[in-house]
Design a protein around this ligand. Structure first.
Ligand code: PHE
Length: 450
């Protein structure tokens, strides 16, 4: 059999995995959650959870992949024949997410072209976004362009495609985010926004702060969707696993933090300190920011740079989703990568179309009160992902035992956090996950607001 592909270096692995982790979640979701849940206090809670909980789950997934050299669907089965079903549930997540993630990716490509063609002012007009996403055809065209770009990279394979692209996109992404943040901070009034972002407001601390941070952490670090298992399966045995996981987390959290600095102070100054605008959520990026850019002297340039940054973030995440799906079928059916790429590409366009139409001609279609895209998002992030994470923790904690993971980590280095890891994976992480699962279901049913 053909030997499994590998990332050629630890850096290649770290940047590709960070590419998956850094996505739309970091750029629009993190800043607005931080604004909503008390600024500095949210940052602090998030940070503590990242180095404890996030570290535990990510390390587990990467180790499962590297140990078995298989993607999620086969990895669980290989370690224990009775628990192969966890692999199947895990696979459902990227298959559900990929099509609708590409719908949003398509919007990003559209906005980038609007700014590149110098039409940024039109994007800042009221109604621009709403009228664009409700069109039947245009968003589908952009969705297809985005999927095509993603597929081109996955088609080229792990070393020549994913690793190469991550190695140049991720550093550019980091530089752009710092540059835009620094420019934003020079706007008069922006410093008050920085204080609003960073200063802890303890009065806003509540258990929901922890739950919101935990939910964000999952999504942001691409956990519980088989991605880190797949990428781990391409990692070399001699590359330091513990250090790599720490670096991925650091990269992801740093970009989320800088995204906050990039967005919150600028919007704060623009809106004269109106918090409700910051807490508007999803529309922040496509509706409010274009208005902010329009008020800047070099708004068109900032707009282009910003949407390049967002496009890179979205692309590297979409690539990881598509690679995970392709590798599942490669392992399972032993089909050719190129054929699979074409099939997954067509599948994603077809399944993405209803999510896109849900904002226009199909906006009457509601599933448990949600639009089609929101429903897919809810199903994957709030229901299946916590179940997968819980199953993974219990599988490692009680079936194959934490020592299986510990041994894998030790293949490449000492395991400094070994004791702590064992307690986390067996007890603390499962309890946290059960809390997320209960709260997200309650909030979907309208009993709680997150
Ligand atoms: N981690 C990505 C983010 O922060 C989200 C993502 C979702 C990535 C699904 C890959 C797959 O936006």
């Amino acid at each position: 059999m053909k030997e499994r592909s590998n990332f050629t270096s630890k850096l290649g692995f770290v940047l590709a995995a960070a590419g998956s982790a850094v996505g739309l979640g970091n750029i629009w979701r993190f800043p607005y959650l931080a604004a909503k849940y008390g600024g500095g206090i949210f940052l602090l809670v998030y940070l503590i959870l990242a180095v404890t909980f996030g570290f535990t789950i990510m390390l587990t997934e990467v180790a499962l992949g590297r140990k078995t050299k298989l993607s999620a669907v086969e990895a669980f089965h290989k370690l224990d024949k009775n628990f192969g079903f966890i692999g199947y549930i895990t696979c459902a997540v990227p298959i559900i997410i990929f099509p609708y993630y590409c719908v949003i990716g398509g919007w990003v490509v559209k906005y980038l072209t609007v700014y590149i063609t110098g039409a940024g002012t039109s994007a800042s007009q009221d109604g621009f976004f709403g009228s664009f996403i409700s069109k039947p055809v245009e968003p589908v065209v952009w969705l297809s362009v985005f999927i095509f770009l993603t597929a081109a990279v996955v088609f080229l394979g792990v070393e020549k495609g994913i690793e190469k692209v991550s190695k140049w996109m991720m550093p550019i992404l980091a530089v752009l985010s710092v540059a835009i943040a620094v420019y934003g901070l020079t706007i008069p009034g922006a410093l008050d926004g920085v204080i609003y972002y960073i200063k802890p407001d303890f009065s806003r601390f509540s258990p929901t702060t922890v739950l919101a941070a935990l939910g964000q952490l999952f999504y942001s670090m691409s956990l519980a969707m088989g991605i880190m298992i797949t990428y781990g399966s391409y990692m070399k045995k001699q590359d330091n696993l513990e250090a790599s996981v720490r670096q991925i987390e650091l990269f992801d959290t740093a970009i989320a933090f800088i995204a906050g600095l990039m967005i919150i102070p600028a919007v704060f100054a623009f809106s004269g300190g109106d918090e409700s605008i910051l807490q508007a959520g999803p529309t922040l990026m496509f509706v409010t920011l274009p208005k902010v850019f329009n008020s800047m002297k070099i708004g068109t340039i900032i707009g282009v740079l910003f949407f390049v940054l967002v496009l890179f973030a979205a692309l590297t995440s979409a690539i990881s989703l598509m690679e995970t799906i392709v590798s599942i079928f490669q392992d399972k059916l032993k089909w050719n990568r190129h054929v699979l790429c074409l099939i997954v590409m067509v599948f994603a366009i077809i399944v993405g179309i209803p999510s896109s139409l849900g904002f226009g001609i199909w906006d009457q279609v509601k599933i448990i009160g949600m639009s089609i895209l929101d429903f897919f998002d809810f199903l994957s992030n709030s229901v299946i992902m916590p179940i997968v994470a819980l199953a993974t923790c219990l599988f490692v904690g009680f079936i194959i035992k934490p020592s299986a993971i510990v041994d894998e980590v030790k293949e490449s280095s000492e395991f400094k956090s070994q004791k702590w890891y064992t307690v986390m994976i067996k007890w603390i992480a499962p309890i946290c996950i059960i809390a997320i699962l209960i709260s997200s279901v309650l909030s979907a049913l309208g009993y709680m607001s997150i």
